[in-house]
Write a protein that binds this ligand. Structure first.
Ligand code: ZN
Length: 667
C-alpha cells in the first residue's frame, strides 16, 4: 500500500481491506466456535419436568373433553399430575439453588474471585426485566424501535440550527494557516497487541459482530493485517465508512421507572471493536495533547468524584472558617456530550496546536457518523449524527474536556470567584458537571454570565431549571436573584452533587438518608436472594462488596463530627447480627474480629487516611494545596490509630487501624 502521497486513490482499498478482515474474523469464528443456547430463565429445567408437563397437558385435555368434571377419577387423575408437576418444579428449583450456593461457596473458599462473581452475576444480574411492547402509545417491536429512532435522531442534532456552520468556515481558514503534519506515527505489532490487551472482554460487539475476543485470539497474522490497515489509515487520514456506524441500545435509566415512556431510557452506543482498537492506538500517540485544566476532575488518571467533592468541601470550609459566605451554583448542561459541535471541536483542537494529522483523522471519522437503534432484535433505519462526541468512544471524554476547557479558562481569567491564596478555586468540573463558587452574589452572577456567553457561542444549552444555587457559611440571601441564560435559578437548601446530598447553611453538612435507603434495599435483596441455606461467610462477602459501598460512598470527605458515625456503626453492626443470626444485645465486635472485618467507623478512618495520603503526592496542584490545609485534621485522625507521621504507607495504616480495633474487642 502507498504512503499516503496519492490523492485519495487508496481510499476504496482501505474500505475493502477492512471489510475483508471483518469477514475473515466472522467466518473463522463461525466455523470454529460452537454456539450454545442457554435458558436464561428456569435454567434448572430438565427432561423429567418436560415429561411431567406433557402428562399434565394430556390429562387436562382429556379432562376437558369429558366436560371438566369437578370430581371423579378423571379429575383426580388430572389433579394428581398437577401436584406432581408443581412439586417437581419446586424440588428442581430448590436443588438448583442449593447447588448454586455450594458452587459459590466453593469458589469463595478457593479465593477464586473471578469465578465467584461470574457465577453470581450469571444468576442474579441478568436483566429479569421484560422489555416493553408499548412505547409512547406505540405497539409492537417495530413501532417501538421506530419511536426510539425518532427520539435519538433529535438528540444528535445541534441545539441551534446551523450553529456549526461558522465554525466550519473558521476551521477551513485555520487549516490554510497551519502547515501539514508530515510526521506520521508508525504503528507496530507490539503496540497493537498492547492496545488489544487494554480492551475489556465480554462486551457486546458492534453491528459487525466482531468482539474483543476475535482480536485477542485471532493469531499472529491478524496483528500484521491490523497494523497494515491502521498505518494506511493514519497515512491517508481516512477511516473506513463502517467505523462511523453505531448501534444504539435503549436502556432503562431506572428499573422502577415507567417503561412505556421514551424519556425514561438512555441510549448506549455499541461501536465496531476494531474502531475501538484504533482509538486506543490514537490515544497512545495523541492522548497527552488533550490535557485539560486542573479543575477538571473527570476522565483523568488518579482522579474521580471524590477528588472533586474534596475540592468542593475544603474550599467551602476554608471560607466558612474565615467567616465568609460561599455562594455556589451547580450547573446542569443538558446532554452536553451529545451536543458538541464537530467543527467547533476541530477549531479548538487546531488552536491548541494538536497534531493536524490527528484532527484530519477525527474530521474524516466524524463526517461518517450514523446510528441505528436495536430493540428486541429489530434494527431500525439508519440516521445521521450531526453533533456530539462519539458515544462510547475512548477518546470522547477527552475531546469533551477539550471542548469545555476554555470555559474553565474564561472563568479563571475573569477575576471573579474564590481564591485560596493565589490558587483559583472558583470552578470545579467533573465531566459536564460544573460547580461555581464565589464569595459574593455579584461575582457569582458574573461567572454565570460567562457560562451563558460560552454556552451561546458553542451551542451548549445550560438548563436554568435544573441548575441550583446554595449558600455555605450562612443562609441563602433573601432577595437576590441570580440568572443563568436570562432565566432565574432557584436557591436551594439541599443539592445532590456528584452522588452526595449536600446541605447548605452555617456548616458543611451532608445528608445520608438516600445512601442508607440504598444500603437497606441492597441488603434485603441479597438476604432474600441467598435465603436461609446460605453460608454466613459468603453472605458477609456479598454484603461487603455490594451493600457497604452504597452506604460508604463519598465517606472520604464526610465531615466526621456532624455525621452521626455512631448511627452508621449501628446500621452495619445490625447487618452483621442479621447475617449471623445473633442476639441483638450481643456485642458483634468479637464476630467482626474473627471475620477480619472492621466496624464502619474504623473503615471510614482508614479510607480517609489513605485518601489524604494519596492527595499529598498528587500531581494536581489544587488537590495538593488543599491537602496541605487539612494537615492537622489528618494528623488528628492518624493519632487516633497511633500513627505518628503523615507520610505513612498503606500497610502501616491498615495494620494500625486493625490493631487499634483489636485493642477494643472484649472477648
Ligand atoms: Zn494512497
Amino acid at each position: 500500500m502507498c504512503n499516503g502521497s496519492c490523492q485519495n486513490g487508496c481510499v476504496e482499498s482501505i474500505d475493502r481491506y477492512y471489510n475483508s478482515i471483518v469477514q475473515c474474523l466472522i467466518s473463522a469464528s463461525n466455523s470454529c466456535i460452537p454456539v450454545k443456547k442457554f435458558r436464561s430463565k428456569k435454567h434448572w429445567w430438565n427432561d423429567e419436568l418436560d415429561d411431567l408437563k406433557n402428562n399434565l397437558i394430556a390429562a387436562t385435555t382429556f379432562w376437558r373433553s369429558v366436560g371438566c368434571p369437578r370430581s371423579g377419577a378423571v379429575n383426580d387423575n388430572r389433579l394428581q399430575w398437577k401436584y406432581r408437576y408443581k412439586l417437581a418444579i419446586k424440588q428442581a428449583e430448590r436443588n438448583a439453588n442449593q447447588a448454586f450456593n455450594e458452587e459459590l461457596f466453593e469458589y469463595f473458599s478457593a479465593k477464586d474471585d473471578d469465578a465467584f462473581w461470574q457465577a453470581w452475576r450469571k444468576r442474579y444480574c441478568s436483566s429479569s426485566l421484560k422489555t416493553t411492547s408499548n412505547l409512547n402509545g406505540k405497539q409492537g417491536d417495530v413501532n417501538v424501535c421506530n419511536e426510539f429512532t425518532e427520539e435519538f435522531r433529535t438528540v444528535f442534532q445541534t441545539n441551534t440550527v446551523n450553529s456549526d456552520c461558522i465554525f466550519e468556515e473558521e476551521f477551513l481558514k485555520l487549516t490554510e494557516l497551519v502547515s501539514d503534519d508530515t510526521s506520521c506515527p508508525k504503528i507496530d505489532i507490539e503496540l497493537c497487541q498492547r492496545c488489544i490487551h487494554k480492551m475489556k472482554l465480554n462486551k457486546s460487539p458492534g453491528f459487525d459482530n466482531v468482539s474483543t475476543e476475535h482480536l485477542l485470539y485471532g493469531g499472529g497474522d491478524l496483528y500484521v493485517h491490523l497494523c497494515l490497515l491502521f498505518n494506511t489509515m493514519v497515512q491517508h487520514c481516512y477511516v473506513p465508512e463502517k467505523f462511523g456506524h453505531g448501534l444504539i441500545v435503549p436502556l432503562l435509566k431506572d428499573k422502577q421507572g415507567n417503561q412505556s415512556r421514551s424519556d425514561m431510557y438512555r441510549g448506549v452506543t455499541l461501536s465496531p471493536t476494531i474502531a475501538k482498537l484504533f482509538e486506543y492506538i490514537l490515544m497512545e500517540f495523541y492522548g497527552d495533547q488533550l490535557s485539560s485544566d486542573v479543575r477538571q476532575f473527570g476522565f483523568k488518571k488518579h482522579s474521580g468524584c471524590c477528588h472533586a467533592l474534596f475540592t468542593f468541601k475544603e474550599t467551602t470550609k476554608y471560607f466558612i472558617k474565615k467567616g465568609s459566605k460561599v455562594y455556589c451554583a451547580f450547573i446542569d448542561a443538558s446532554k452536553a456530550f451529545d451536543k458538541v459541535l464537530h467543527n467547533g471541536l476541530f477549531v479548538k483542537l487546531l488552536k491548541r496546536n494538536v497534531s493536524v494529522r490527528f484532527v484530519y483523522i477525527l474530521r474524516n471519522w466524524y463526517s461518517k457518523l450514523s446510528a441505528s437503534v436495536i430493540w428486541n432484535g429489530v434494527i431500525g433505519p439508519v440516521f445521521p449524527i450531526h453533533c456530539g462526541v462519539r458515544q462510547g468512544g475512548i477518546l470522547s471524554p477527552l475531546l469533551f474536556s477539550v471542548y469545555i476547557d476554555d470555559l474553565l479558562n474564561d472563568l479563571h481569567n475573569s477575576g471573579y470567584g474564590v481564591y485560596i491564596g493565589s490558587l483559583f478555586a472558583g470552578v470545579i468540573a467533573y465531566a459536564d458537571d460544573i460547580c461555581i463558587l464565589s464569595c459574593s452574589c455579584y461575582g457569582l452572577q458574573k461567572l454565570l454570565d460567562i457560562c451563558s456567553a460560552y454556552g451561546q457561542k458553542w451551542d451548549i444549552r445550560f438548563n436554568p431549571v435544573k441548575s441550583q444555587l446554595m449558600t455555605f457559611g450562612g443562609s441563602n440571601p433573601d432577595n437576590t436573584t441570580v440568572y443563568l441564560d436570562k432565566k432565574v435559578v432557584q436557591w436551594c437548601t439541599k443539592v445532590k452533587y456528584l452522588g452526595l446530598y449536600l446541605i447548605g447553611g452555617a456548616d458543611f453538612k451532608i445528608d445520608l438518608t438516600a445512601a442508607k435507603r440504598k444500603y437497606y434495599g441492597c441488603f434485603n435483596t441479597i438476604m432474600s436472594v441467598v435465603g436461609n441455606q446460605v453460608n454466613e461467610i459468603m453472605a458477609l462477602h456479598l454484603v461487603k462488596s455490594y451493600c457497604l459501598p452504597q452506604l460508604m460512598y463519598g465517606c472520604e470527605i464526610w465531615p466526621l463530627n456532624s455525621v452521626n458515625i455512631h448511627e452508621i456503626d449501628i446500621i452495619w453492626n445490625n447487618g452483621f447480627r442479621r447475617i449471623f443470626n445473633c442476639c441483638w444485645r450481643e456485642s458483634v465486635k468479637p464476630l467482626q474480629f474473627y471475620c477480619r472485618t472492621l466496624p464502619i467507623s474504623y473503615l471510614i478512618g482508614e479510607r480517609q487516611l489513605l485518601f489524604y495520603r494519596r492527595l499529598l503526592c498528587s500531581d494536581n496542584i489544587v488537590l495538593r494545596t488543599l491537602a496541605g490545609l487539612v494537615r492537622f485534621e489528618m494528623l488528628g485522625i492518624a493519632a487516633k490509630y497511633d500513627i505518628k507521621s503523615i507520610y505513612f504507607s498503606t500497610a502501616t495504616v491498615k495494620n494500625a487501624v486493625w490493631s487499634s480495633f483489636v485493642n477494643v474487642v472484649k472477648f
